[in-house]
Design a protein around this ligand. Sequence first.
Ligand SMILES: Cc1cc2nc3c(=O)[nH]c(=O)nc-3n(C[C@H](O)[C@H](O)[C@H](O)COP(=O)(O)O)c2cc1C
Length: 214
Amino acid sequence: MNVTEAITWRHSIRAFLTKPVEREKLDAVLAASVRAPSWANTQPWEIFAAASDTLKRIRAGYRQKYADKAPTAPETPHPIEWPEAAQKRIQQLRPDMERMCGASVEQFAELNQTMFGAPAVVYVCMDKALSEWSLYDIGAYSQTFMLAALEQGLSAIPAITLTLYPDILRRELKIPDNLKITIGIAVGYADKGNGINNFVSSRKPLDETIRFFE
Ligand SMILES: Cc1cc2nc3c(=O)[nH]c(=O)nc-3n(C[C@H](O)[C@H](O)[C@H](O)COP(=O)(O)O)c2cc1C
């Protein structure tokens, strides 16, 4: 698989097998991911990986929070109001999912709430004192991680829902107060029997994306 094939083939996986991720494979992905670029090589990413019993406790904690309808508290807040064009694309995502692979809104929510059944979640944190620029670096790290995962036969999804209850993550993963939890990336083996994983999201046309002057 060349680079373009890997970029094109990658898509978010929302249902994983319970099969654990071999530690060597996750280590190889983590080792490759630190080659991501960052402003002045600041490498703001601080990684907290959860698997096995630790992830079981986090998942159980989340289940309880959802059952209690506890207010969510992601540390990277949503925009107060999405610009109209972004809003339109958000509104298109779930109907597309339903049409292309029959996944209902309820199934989507259930998979999100159960952390997609993933055997491992990697939390990417950064120092609270850093600026928005470092979020750019975190994004680069995240995509690098997901592409490196492909090479190991692993799939992944970055998800804000994985970060909704930071108190549980801070307790279980001993995340220091000076760090902000920016994103969680669930990783593992795709459940090929679950149709939601066949969903391939659309992209706006290139001529709406690129203004090329020469
Ligand atoms: C910062 C970020 C947060 C995301 N959060 C969620 C989430 O909470 N739940 C979810 O199902 N997908 C989430 N996604 C996945 C996006 O929906 C997905 O990347 C987008 O629809 C494009 O599809 P693709 O990744 O399959 O190409 C997130 C992606 C990013 C980059």
